[in-house]
Design a protein around this ligand. Structure first.
Ligand code: ACO
Length: 279
């Protein structure tokens, strides 16, 4: 594609069977993130967040890349040429949608189908679950072109990987495959590329069975408690459940009823049938 892609075409999505499949859509540029893509992604996230047809959001890439990180030409060189105001605006646009995704209303899954570099670690971390192709390639390539891994990438590596692995990964700029990314804690699991979509669809289907209020409370709680003391976390979790009860006070009662009274399921083995829950 020689003609420049219109802003609205930099992200593609479709909603199918309760799953919003959202794709970085600049395959000819290995889905690197330009200011246009960052703005469009925020619009798409806005559109889907409270769409009842979508219960889970999957973020993947068109073609053979997930995302080759920030666009070195459009995000860095061209923005820098416009001065500090433009630089800060571009940073806000990128960090803004990653932050939005970290606290998204719905469960999110990164389906990493190929290249994932540098700035790509921001949205990767933002997704609740990350499933990679074993054949995918991950790298903090910043050091290879002369910068530190910024935009959160160093934080992602240090939060998710053991320190020795994070340090090596950031300093050497050597790539790792999906299996190593799983072993180092960067992704939840790695599967062969041929089975990637099915595995993600399977996880999404399991999530769709769960109580959505409990899921949102749970995903936020996992991120929030990470930097709390035990006592603060204990207190926060009591308040978080009480707050969740104000959105849905019947779910957990129904969950107990179906187990204790109906004996129709076992919470240790599956989720209760939320279709029978009083609204
Ligand atoms: N920024 C700008 N353009 C990019 C980027 C990027 N991050 N990644 C790929 N492209 C462009 C290429 O310039 C090329 O454009 P052209 O067709 O106009 O020449 C096109 O996408 C295809 O890229 P190729 O390099 O030809 O694709 P190939 O499949 O051979 O290699 C690879 C893929 C390894 C991902 C390579 O493109 C690459 O190294 N990209 C840069 C990865 C990177 O370091 N990203 C920055 C991380 S640091 C950060 O995000 C802050």
């Amino acid at each position: 594609m020689s003609k420049e892609r219109a802003e609205k075409d930099t992200v593609a999505y479709k909603v199918e069977g309760g799953i919003a499949w959202v794709r970085f859509n600049r395959p000819e540029k290995r889905n690197c993130m330009s200011p246009k893509l960052n703005r469009q992604m925020m619009r798409v996230l806005d559109e889907l967040e409270f769409d009842d047809a979508a219960g889970v959001l999957v973020l993947t890439g068109e073609g053979d890349a997930w995302s080759a990180g920030m666009d070195l030409k459009e995000y860095f060189r061209e923005t820098e040429a416009k001065g500090m105001g433009a630089i800060r605006q571009s940073q806000r646009e990128a960090y803004g949608w990653w932050r939005r995704l970290r606290w998204y209303q719905k469960p999110t899954i990164a389906m990493v189908n190929g290249w994932c570099f540098g700035g790509g670690y921001g949205p990767l971390y933002a997704c609740d679950i990350a499933v990679a192709a074993e054949e995918a390639t991950f790298g903090l390539s910043e050091i290879n072109w002369g910068i530190l891994p910024g935009g959160g990438a160093t934080k992602v590596a240090s939060d998710l990987m053991p320190m020795r692995k994070a340090m090596y990964h950031a300093m050497l700029g050597e790539n790792i495959d999906g299996r190593t990314a799983e072993a180092w804690g960067l992704v939840t699991e790695a599967v062969p590329l041929s089975g990637l979509r099915n595995r993600v669809a399977e996880i999404a289907a399991r999530l769709l069975e769960k109580n959505p209020v409990a899921l949102k409370a749970t995903k936020d709680a996992v991120r929030r408690v990470m930097d709390m003391t035990y006592d603060n976390a204990e207190d926060f979790l009591v308040r978080a459940q009480e707050a969740a009860n104000s959105f849905d006070n019947e779910g957990r009662k129904e969950g107990i009823r179906q187990f204790i009274d109906d004996k129709s399921y076992k919470p240790g083995l599956a989720a209760y049938d939320k279709t029978k829950q009083k609204k």
